[in-house]
Design a protein around this ligand. Structure first.
Ligand code: GUN
Ligand code: FE
Length: 424
């Protein structure tokens, strides 16, 4: 199958940040040519993108699809109360069907807002059904079942014993890792340190090495969380993760709001990946992560919206804008500029997934995860003076996403979902 996109403004996000005006040819799941005047005779489908902008699909590096149905449930609580009073009871009440629909609902919103890949943390039970939704929808995902074998106030059916947690995770990994030619990958997903015994975390460390898969967890999101880790394990959160051998390039940490210089050094030196979730950090009153400082420390940063109830919005336009805006009052207008946050939302996310050679930019040989934006209808003053990336970050919305292509397949076209509407 060959798809030719013609006459677009192509924001490549390649090494030189090139913007090319021309055509992009997809063959099966890959980009095979980017140039001017590609002949469409042999293409199965030609999309006229005159006056439109194409970008690499957004990569959302921390989400809980299972929480989409809980939108509006954040109230004015902070993290630990919100988990105990709202999220854990709701996750405990999930069944096979509700998990599936929650995942489909979230994926629909993601695809409509230009996200083509996710790093997804599910819940304790029924994760198989979330994988089913991921498989059917066509979205690219690194996902896993949440692991939690300890914790106060956790409903009984969210608690598992260590062996059960590991066995179920391994069963899911064996079923789903590398499904559909690698579109789906498995990540071990211990919830956060205070939900996990040290034994469980040590097993996760060994299993992730054994299978060569990522580990995805929350870390240092909230001051009370850090206090509990220090009290229980005698070390600061990330120092502890390093101490037990989990800090390595296979580790993705969501949040990292409260990390000191020593922890930043560990993150940098061990090649740990960070998912910054600005909307969630504001909504749950967790704090403002020092992303400018992390970037200066050469830490790999990516962007996520977290679960739907954290900020009622899974869309990357919102998250990019927030991540730039929250730094401006304290650090000035350019410290976290549009280009930095756009990088986080694209190639930064690809790096978090360990897929920077495959996705995150529009380059020949990469997987065809492509989004077409129509920035003309609602933006009144297109001008040659406007930086296209700045225009996207500060003014584009989900309504500007016209077409989403994942792995060379059109999953939404002219705002009409191709793959999943009938299932929701
Ligand atoms: N920390 C542990 N679990 C969660 C969760 O579900 N959401 C967020 N934001 N933080 C967490
Ligand atoms: Fe989260």
């Amino acid at each position: 199958m060959k798809i030719l996109i013609k006459n677009a403004e192509i924001i490549t996000m390649n090494e030189n940040d090139e913007i090319i005006y021309g055509d992009l040819l997809i063959e099966d799941d890959r980009i095979v040519e980017i140039s001017k005047g590609i002949d469409g005779v042999l293409a199965d489908k030609i999309i006229d993108a005159t006056g439109k902008t194409i970008i690499p699909g957004f990569i959302h590096s921390h989400i809980h699809l299972c929480q989409t149905l809980f939108r509006g449930q954040a109230d004015d609580l902070e993290l630990l109360d919100w988990l105990a009073k709202k999220i854990w009871p709701l996750e405990a009440a999930h069944d096979e069907e509700s998990i599936y629909y929650s995942a489909m609902l979230g994926i629909g919103e993601l695809i409509q807002s230009g996200t083509t890949s996710i790093i997804d943390m599910e819940t304790v039970r029924y994760t198989d059904h979330a994988f089913q939704a991921i498989a059917e929808s066509g979205i690219r995902a690194l996902a896993g079942k949440v692991m939690m074998d300890q914790g106060e106030g956790v409903p009984v059916n969210l608690l598992e014993n260590t062996q059960e947690s590991i066995q179920e995770s391994v069963d899911l990994l064996e079923k789903w890792n590398n499904f559909d030619n690698g579109r789906i990958k498995y990540a071990f997903s211990p919830r956060f340190v205070i939900s996990c015994t040290e034994n469980l975390l040590l097993e996760v460390r060994d299993l992730s090495k054994h299978y060569g898969v990522m580990v995805h967890t929350h870390a240092s999101e909230n001051l009370k969380e850090i206090e509990i880790v220090e009290k229980e394990r005698g070390l600061r959160n990330i120092v502890y993760l390093d101490h037990i051998g989990l800090a390595n390039p296979q580790l993705i940490l969501a949040h990292c709001v409260w990390v000191d210089q020593e922890e930043k050094r560990i993150i940098r030196e061990k090649g740990v990946k960070v998912s910054h979730c600005p909307g969630s950090n504001l909504k749950l009153a967790s704090g403002i992560a020092e992303t400018h400082d992390m970037l200066e420390n050469d830490i790999f940063l990516s962007l996520g919206a977290d679960g739907a109830p954290c900020n009622n919005n899974l869309d990357m336009f919102n998250e990019m804008r927030l991540s730039a805006l929250i730094q401006k009052p304290k650090h000035g207008p350019t410290t976290m500029d549009a280009h930095k946050v756009f990088r986080m939302a694209t190639i930064g996310g690809a790096t978090a997934m360990g897929l920077e050679k495959e996705i995150g930019s529009l380059e020949v040989g990469k997987k065809a995860d492509v989004v077409i934006l129509n920035l003309n209808d609602f933006h009144t003053y297109p001008s040659n003076d406007v930086d296209p990336i700045s225009r996207i970050v500060y003014s584009a919305t989900r309504g500007d996403v016209e077409t989403t292509i994942i792995n060379g397949k059109v999953v939404m076209e002219n705002r009409i979902m191709k793959t999943i509407d009938k299932k929701i």
